[in-house]
Design a protein around this ligand. Structure first.
Ligand SMILES: [Zn+2]
Length: 231
């Protein structure tokens, strides 16, 4: 075989090897996506939405002078996005696995504003000084999202919670399974200190405090089991 023919053959072999590995990686990506089937959380800044939040903050007599600037929010988004992207796959997958509920949307937009009370739909979070706390609040709101995306599937389980904790407020009731699932996430991927920080931070709100106390007393595994068994 002449040198040039050898080189051509070698090049072709490389090309085939390359296309096989390309197909393989595409295939692995597709399999991963099918197995994981988790949504992408897309962080957004909306100036008009943020202005409305600023107005609500003013009406509810919050400190407006310290309201973060657009630039600060946009930079904050960039940095929490990086933190979140490292762990998002395993967290979203685990939430689905442990509750036996499917994520029903491919994309969830998460609006980040200067100040507000966080809520799950449209998913909206304010800036928190500690960025890992932002991640914890995001997971809390995503558990709400997963439950509300599966309201049909969870109907029986919620009826059971309402019956079992009939003397508790609605807010306490809905946060009992939620804090149980979140405890599992804290213990599997983070640590007990993060869980305790969450407990302390929401303890100012009596309904939230009560639900955490119930979860701690009964044990999160037991509450999760009782809830998931009825899905
Ligand atoms: Zn909540």
């Amino acid at each position: 075989m002449g040198y040039s023919k050898f080189r051509r053959t070698k090049n072709r072999a490389n090309l085939i090897a390359f296309s096989i590995s390309g197909t393989k990686s595409k295939l692995i990506y597709r399999i991963k996506k099918i197995i994981m089937n988790v949504p992408k959380i897309v962080f957004r800044y909306s100036w008009i939405y943020d202005q409305n939040c600023k107005e609500w903050a003013r009406i509810s007599k919050k400190d407006i002078k310290s309201y973060p600037s657009s630039r600060k929010i946009v930079n904050y988004i960039k940095s929490v996005e990086k933190m979140w992207n490292k762990i998002s796959g395993k967290i979203l997958h685990e939430l689905s696995k442990v509750t036996s509920l499917k994520w029903k949307s491919k994309i969830i937009h998460c609006y980040v504003v200067g100040k507000c009370v966080p809520f799950s739909d449209p998913l909206t979070l304010p800036l928190y000084e500690k960025k890992d706390y932002f991640i914890d609040v995001l997971i809390h709101e995503l558990i709400h999202q997963l439950f509300s995306q599966n309201w049909k599937e969870t109907r029986k389980a919620w009826k059971y919670i309402q019956r079992k904790y009939k003397n508790e407020s609605h807010e306490t009731q809905i946060h009992i399974p939620l804090h149980a699932v979140h405890s599992h996430i804290y213990m599997k991927f983070f640590n007990v200190e993060r869980l305790e920080r969450d407990f302390k931070a929401v303890s100012k709100i009596p309904d939230y405090r009560k639900s955490w106390e119930i979860v701690k007393r009964k044990g999160y595994e037991k509450i999760m089991q009782e809830f998931v068994r009825r899905i």
